[in-house]
Design a protein around this ligand. Structure first.
Ligand code: RB5
Length: 177
């Protein structure tokens, strides 16, 4: 059985995961950090450390983004009130693909289609049970590559994204025709 101790193995492998939030995301960040640590991941908590002291989300989004791109962590989790501001901040760091996720569906697609390396959650907009399910999906879903590879590569050309890829049919479009 693929189990370690009493904790079911939901993930393909253990990872180093940087987590960060502002005050509005502190409680969800704490819950996510515990959830990931309980599952065997190495969690690197970059703050903030209190829900009672107002701080600026760009500080923590950038910190998680840098940790992921400098190799301190393999992936990241960012939480603010909505997940929007901290995700914008993380995406300013070159090499970051931070995705705002609301549920299991968006978490899975962020990995499968966008190869997102940071999941962004709204502590005030998403319930904890849904958020933890989304986190499980995010950390156990692989990038599909294929037609999505060129699109993701385009995101890594700062200031010049948008070159069209080679012509080819997209199965998702075929399915809908
Ligand atoms: C803080 O009040 C709030 O603005 C912040 O957590 C976030 O939601 C911004 O995007």
């Amino acid at each position: 059985m693929a189990q370690q101790g009493a904790i079911p193995r939901r993930y393909t492998r253990d990872m180093r995961i940087a987590v960060g939030s502002d005050h509005a995301g502190f409680e969800m960040k704490t819950a996510v950090a515990k959830h990931l640590a309980d599952a065997g991941h190495q969690v690197i908590d970059l703050g903030t450390d209190s829900p009672d002291i107002s701080v600026d989300y760009p500080t923590f989004g950038a910190a998680v983004g840098r940790a992921v791109t400098d190799g301190t962590a393999e992936r990241g989790v960012c939480v603010c009130g909505t997940g929007i501001g901290i995700g914008i901040a993380a995406n300013k760091i070159e090499g970051v693909r931070a995705a705002l996720v609301h549920d299991v569906t968006t978490a899975g697609l962020a990995r499968r289609h966008n190869d997102a390396n940071i999941i962004c959650l709204g502590g005030r907009t998403t319930g904890e049970v849904v958020a933890l399910d989304a986190v499980d999906t995010f950390f156990s879903t692989d990038f599909e590559g294929g037609r999505h590879q060129h699109r993701v590569d385009e995101l890594s050309r700062p200031g010049r994204p948008g070159r069209p890829g080679p012509p080819g049919s997209d199965p998702e479009i075929r399915e809908r025709q």
